[in-house]
Design a protein around this ligand. Structure first.
Ligand code: GLV
Ligand code: MN
Ligand code: MN
Ligand code: MN
Length: 407
């Protein structure tokens, strides 16, 4: 398929759940997610590819060259963060679909059947903005997360994954294809490629990440009538925790640890009520597991002291712990070689962001590729990558996937 057809499809999908400032709002299991899924199924149907939906909402478009053979999987995710960017995830799925169409044409023209089949995948809930943890669909597929448990996860409104997927008609029962390898292309979400004027990142490893689920339990009371000395304000303690999570990075070398509280919910959230309960989620990431563990331990100690000082209860739970992944050398070299063949500037790079390939790499050799992000920003409406870089990445993914299909 042509470059123009890719751009047309990409910019069309970006209209689904479009926000005023060029972003998209397409959280997992919402009607906007359904619309992109319907579009994905339509693309596959036009090409005569069978679509399967598994029991956690992952969608697979199958190109069966050799019945019974295992599948090379390529893809990413169509869901987004709230008020997110239109490239994060969607680019990898669209590039996967168009690479598959090109590979099919190549195989049909070549005569000889490749040893492996190909499937394009749209993983369910990579973002984890509505249903935590993130990277859910691919992790269930990889056997790292339990399907039943994940179906019971609820969003802040109390809607479960099972209900959301059923509601949009995408809780499937199909058998997922058996994988032999996986490849994914994604925007970098950082600014290394841009700074160095390069087009392709060959991702060789991912950072160690973990989250902390923090529940601060104070006492609900009147903001006017309760004496200051008598208050057990959950929000005051939670505010100090937000600062602790930010400041703990100062214990280490600059940029060795990154951390944020990205989610905070307040109960009962009334102007005239001292907060009873605050729920926070902190995200800690570093290349070094020791640094994350040391930051986590020091936070736990500080939080315990804070609970005592404010005479309130604070419960902290570790969750979503992900070890560093090292992508196989053969795949990193394949990306480097294919980029060089296409005349594209390439370097090895790490990912600090989470990707479905982090889960897939646990079960099959996985290739992760990046293209540049303008200003290195992501998870926001301002996220941007040029058409030229998207097309270069599509060419590179096509070559990589073709090599994988040919064994
Ligand atoms: C989700 O987008 C993540 O980067 O972990
Ligand atoms: Mn993504
Ligand atoms: Mn993301
Ligand atoms: Mn991600």
């Amino acid at each position: 398929m042509t470059a123009e057809a890719f751009l047309q499809d990409f910019h069309h999908v970006a209209t689904i759940g479009a926000t005023p400032n060029n972003g998209v709002h397409r959280q997992a299991g919402t009607d906007e997610d359904r619309q992109t899924r319907d579009w994905f199924a339509g693309f596959a149907a036009e090409h005569g590819w069978e679509v399967r939906v598994d029991g956690i909402g992952n969608m697979f478009a199958l190109l069966e060259f050799r019945p019974g053979a295992k599948f090379v999987l390529i893809g990413s995710h169509l869901d987004s963060q709230p008020l997110g960017g239109r490239f994060d995830g969607a680019y990898g799925v669209l590039a996967g679909l168009h690479a598959a169409a090109r590979i099919e044409a190549n195989v049909r023209a070549g005569g000889e059947l490749p040893p492996f089949n190909l499937a394009v995948v749209n993983w369910f809930n990579e973002e984890g903005g509505r249903f935590a943890p993130s990277i859910m669909g691919s992790s269930v597929y990889a056997g790292i997360m339990d399907r039943g448990q994940m179906l019971d996860v609820r969003d802040l409104q109390g809607v479960s994954v099972r209900e959301a997927l059923t509601g949009i008609g995408y809780l499937g029962t199909d058998e997922a294809p058996e994988p032999v390898s996986y490849a994914e292309i994604h925007i970098e979400q950082g600014r290394i490629l841009e700074r160095e004027g390069l087009t392709i990142g060959a991702v060789d490893s991912s950072w160690y990440t973990q989250k902390l689920d923090i529940e601060v339990l104070g006492e609900q009371s009147h903001t006017g009538a309760t004496a200051m000395a008598d208050r057990h304000d959950a929000l005051v303690a939670a505010s100090k925790i937000v600062l602790m999570v930010h400041d703990v990075t100062g214990n280490f070398e600059e940029e060795a640890l990154v951390s944020s509280v990205g989610q905070l919910t307040l109960e009962p959230n009334s102007p005239i009520v001292v907060a009873r309960r605050v729920h926070l989620v902190a995200d800690l990431r570093s290349n070094s597991p020791e640094i994350v563990k040391s930051a986590r331990d020091s936070l736990l100690a500080d939080v315990a002291a804070l609970a005592e000082e404010h005479d309130i209860r604070i419960n902290v739970k570790d969750f979503d712990i992900r070890a560093n992944q090292y992508y196989p050398e053969s795949g990193v070299e394949l990306t480097e070689k294919m980029a060089a063949n296409l005349g594209l500037g390439v370097r090895r790079i790490q990912t600090m962001a989470g990707h479905d390939s982090v889960a897939m790499n646990r079960i099959v050799p996985s290739v992760m590729m990046f293209i540049p992000s303008v200003d290195g920003v992501s998870h926001c409406e301002r996220e941007f990558t040029t058409d030229a870089d998207m097309l270069a990445g599509l060419d590179a993914l096509t070559e990589v996937a073709l090599e994988l299909v040919n064994g």
